[in-house]
Design a protein around this ligand. Structure first.
Ligand SMILES: [Zn+2]
Ligand SMILES: [Zn+2]
Length: 374
């Protein structure tokens, strides 16, 4: 990406060697996330020129001198939230709040504040530490999570953002228990991952709200019991269906007014988890007396409130065991030089997830020479 809204270019860049706490990864596949598109459009500010992409999986080609947890030839899924391991949040088991990682992420550098990418000698920024729209990438060692070789790397790539975000909101933050009712706003990649997580958590009722009726049908394939299109009487319908209100509500959309609906549709003592990123100027309000009297919990969840080095392998083991049908998330695979088609298909609402494939054998998915929007 040379600049916001300029056409994406496929070019050859210079990539420096990994430093002692970094690894060089040859990518097999990368998922395409809405955040990439929001950065390309300028809605999410990020330094440019840069290499976009933040859901990737591949094979370690070189490891820095200090790296001990992965070695050459290991299969890795990449986490865009590397943690320092020593700040108070890392030590308390909440590495997604790591105070060391966030400033470098926003600056478009690696953890030491410098870049490994150059074009004709001039610096090119990283994106979310990973820059996975590329055949190779140098990432912080803490971003490289070793995974089993039995998992297709296209599936593993998706776990690094959307799947972990939706799954973790349900399992780590809401802590859904068997027999409970879960309401999920949004049936995109994150929402469908939340549906899968609610199902494996034993939820008795999984209600999904999305304005696109076809997405509601897909949500049912992943485990949703009820699909609802937003309407004037949405909250009343949810209360009717759930016998007075749901135990948990997950906002995987982040749109205006959703938090208020989620709050109203939840039973006293229930939990509302905000996952979808709202507009930067959003200032949602809640009914104060009910917040006190009904003891509802309203909380945010970043990156699935996860511990990526534990949660990513755990999710992939559940995929390998046939419990989480993660491969069904992939609608279409693309070559890198057709990434603009992938963005167009995503904007047209045709993709659960699109992936760019660099190595068909390792990725486990072929790239047919067609695009969905064509
Ligand atoms: Zn993402
Ligand atoms: Zn930290």
């Amino acid at each position: 990406m040379t600049a916001p809204d300029e056409p994406l270019e496929t070019v050859t860049l210079e990539l420096d060697d990994p430093r002692p706490d970094e690894v060089l990864v040859r990518l097999a596949a990368t998922g395409i996330c809405a955040s990439d598109a929001h950065t390309h459009s300028g809605r999410i500010p990020s330094p440019s020129p840069c290499v976009l992409g933040h859901e990737g999986a591949g094979v370690v080609e070189r490891a820095g001198a200090n790296v001990t947890h992965v070695g050459v030839g290991d299969h890795v899924a990449l986490s865009w939230m590397p943690s320092c391991g020593v700040c108070r949040h890392c030590v308390s088991g909440r590495p997604v709040l790591c105070t060391a990682a966030a400033p470098a992420l926003l600056a478009g550098t690696l953890l030491d504040g410098t870049v490994r990418l150059h074009r004709d000698g001039r610096p090119v920024s990283h994106y979310s530490f990973l820059s996975t729209f590329a055949t190779h990438t140098v990432v912080p060692a803490a971003s490289a999570i070793r995974i089993g070789r039995e998992v297709p790397l296209a599936v593993a790539s998706l776990v690094g953002c959307g799947i972990l975000t939706g799954y973790g909101a349900v399992v780590n933050k809401a802590r859904v228990i068997p027999g409970s009712s879960v309401l999920i706003f949004g049936a995109g990649g994150v929402g469908l991952s939340a549906v899968m997580a609610a199902r494996v958590s034993g939820a008795g009722q999984i209600l999904v709200v999305d304005p696109v009726a076809s997405k509601l049908e897909e949500a049912k394939i992943f485990g949703a019991t009820d699909g609802l299109v937003p309407s004037e009487h949405l909250v009343e319908r949810i209360r009717d269906l759930s016998g007075g209100g749901v135990d948990y509500a997950i906002d995987a959309a982040g749109g205006e007014g959703i938090l208020g609906q989620a709050f109203a549709a939840t039973i006293p003592g229930g939990t509302i988890v905000c996952v979808g990123m709202p507009d930067v100027h959003a200032r949602p309000s809640l009914p104060g007396p009910e917040l006190v009297r009904d003891e509802k919990i309203v909380t945010g969840s970043l990156y699935g409130s996860s511990r990526p080095s534990l949660d990513i392998p755990s999710i992939l083991r559940q995929y390998a065991a046939g419990v989480l049908p993660l491969d069904r998330m992939i609608t279409q695979a693309y070559d890198l030089d057709r990434i603009d088609h992938a963005f167009a298909d995503m904007h047209a609402g045709l993709l659960k997830r699109g992936v760019v494939v660099f190595d068909e054998a390792l990725a486990g998915f072929a790239t047919p020479p067609v695009t969905l929007a064509a």
